[in-house]
Design a protein. Structure first.
Length: 474
């Protein structure tokens, strides 16, 4: 029993949160570059405040990030030392198509990722590649309004054609859009959407989401044509919503909250819009332009597997008084009185991972892949730069045990597990360096100061042992 022999253990990163080198190798500017750290970050990623270029008042952590653009060889070597079977990374769209609407790709960008994937292969590490992890070329935002435009499907198609053909034989596992449901919560970060005064935001978000869903199906189609061995997955910011109480009204509310997220996967995995979503849009007066060709594409090109991030469960209540207690920014949720929380207020719920795995497997019956999980915490290195991160080991251990139960006791088909931010990187939600997830400490602070030196934490050797024992020795 236990995990399958070929279980893909590893770690995950995203280009904009680790690479830096924002203007090197012919790379074009992207939305992810211009989101600063500080109080303006949230209104900007939510599309409520316009930031289309750098200004002098803000600090932009993604410009340099942890400089992995230059250090990927040393960093991948450390991943290999831990025994990674897979490494999840993303392609920066604007390295391949700097403006986004060119006819031919930028060779320097293509070459960069080719070297990166070859470096992985050298150690027997299988790349797991996110095609877009929150990034969108700035030119596409300024010229077409990003994903609000149907033209984006064609630009994304060009990107897919370029990378699938170039990396055929090197990359087998692909994810089309990171946390596709994030478009509802952080539309500028998720889809390059910035709202105009007075427009119907729901209408804009769902039309843009539709374009992404069609682009995702098209990517799946192209991948299978280029190489039938390629496996294409969708990616959801998951974490089931529990009813706050057993009051039927709360249960209904929780069901509706879950549907808000599962809607995306329902389309990507089942190939059509679910009835509840069509009804909800009708009620809200949202009219989506869906063509017959779109419907055909969605129907004929469903995903091969389902991937998701899991950090926490959520709660929902139908009671307006209870709802006053809502906390958090990007994914606001009620506080669950039965759970403890991280330093950033993210509630810790390992059993929720088993529950979420089961919900998703029951719903789709396709192989699953946990592509993000982990604890964002403040690490305090000793005089040698060593971090004794027992709290992180504890968090990961409990979550691995929960996923083991989902596999062993419930029979969920699980392909692999990649922890988020296997090397410390810039936080997507807050822009901080201080919120660390890694097995490898990176000497850099919130203001961008530090030597960028890499140091193994205590969890480094622990994870190595976990992988070597295929999850038995925790
Ligand atoms: P940070 C919010 C809620 C759930 C997942 O997040 C989220 C977010 C964004 O904050 O994003 C994913 O860095 C995302 C990663 C991100 C990671 O979770 O805010 O795919 O890019 O870094 C952790 O702590």
């Amino acid at each position: 029993m236990g995990f399958r022999e070929d279980f893909l253990w590893g770690g995950a990163t995203a280009a904009n949160q680790c690479e830096g080198g924002y203007n090197e190798g012919g790379r074009g500017l992207a939305n992810v570059d211009v989101v600063p750290i500080g109080k303006d970050r949230f209104p900007i990623i939510a599309g409520e405040m316009k930031m289309f270029d750098f200004d002098d008042e803000h600090f932009y952590p993604a410009k340099e990030a942890i400089n992995m653009y230059h250090t990927f060889k040393e960093d991948i070597k450390l991943f290999a030392e831990m025994g990674f079977k897979t490494y999840r990374c993303s392609i920066a769209w604007s390295r391949i198509f700097p403006k986004g609407d060119e006819d031919t790709p930028n060779e320097e960008g293509l070459k960069y990722y080719e070297e990166l994937f070859k470096e992985c292969k050298k150690y027997g590490i299988e790349p797991l590649v996110t095609i877009t992890h929150f990034d969108c070329p700035m030119h596409l935002i300024k010229t077409y309004g990003a994903w609000r435009s149907r033209k984006m499907i064609g630009f994304y198609e060009n990107l897919c054609n370029a990378i699938f053909n170039r990396y055929k034989g090197l990359v087998k596992y692909w994810l089309t859009f990171n946390e596709i449901n994030m478009i509802l919560h952080a539309p500028f970060m998720g889809a390059g959407i910035c709202f105009e005064d007075g427009e119907n935001k729901e209408q804009v978000k769902y039309q843009a989401a539709h374009h992404e869903l069609v682009a995702s199906a098209l990517a799946t189609k192209i991948a299978h044509e280029v190489d039938p061995d390629m496996m294409v997955g969708c990616m959801l910011a998951a974490g089931d919503t529990y009813p706050y109480t057993c009051k039927p009204e709360d249960v209904l509310e929780a069901m509706n909250k879950n549907r808000e997220n599962y809607f995306f996967i329902d389309v990507q995995s089942r190939g059509k819009y679910p009835a509840y979503a069509l009804k909800e849009m009708e009620r809200k007066g949202i009219k989506i332009d869906i063509t017959e060709d779109d419907k055909e594409l969605l129907k004929n090109n469903t995903v091969d597997f389902i991937s998701f991030s899991y950090y926490s469960s959520r709660c929902a209540s139908a009671d307006p008084e209870v709802n006053k207690l809502t906390e958090g920014n990007v994914f606001a949720s009620l506080k669950n009185p039965h759970l403890k929380a991280s330093e950033w207020g993210w509630q810790i719920d390992p059993l929720g991972l088993r529950i979420t795995l089961n919900t998703i497997y029951d719903r789709y019956q396709k192989p699953l892949f946990i592509v993000e999980n982990g604890l964002g915490a403040v690490d305090v290195p000793d005089e040698n730069g060593y971090v004794e991160d027992d709290y992180r080991i504890q968090y990961l251990k409990e979550h691995i045990l929960a996923m083991k139960d989902a596999v062993d006791l419930d029979g969920v088909d699980l392909l692999g597990y990649t922890t988020w931010g296997c090397i410390d990187l810039v936080s997507a939600g807050t822009g901080e360096m201080k919120k660390r997830y890694g097995f490898i400490y990176v000497d850099r602070d919130n203001e961008g100061k530090g030597t960028l030196k890499r140091t193994k934490k205590k969890s480094f050797d622990w994870y190595k042992k976990v992988i070597a024992s295929n999850g038995e020795d925790l």
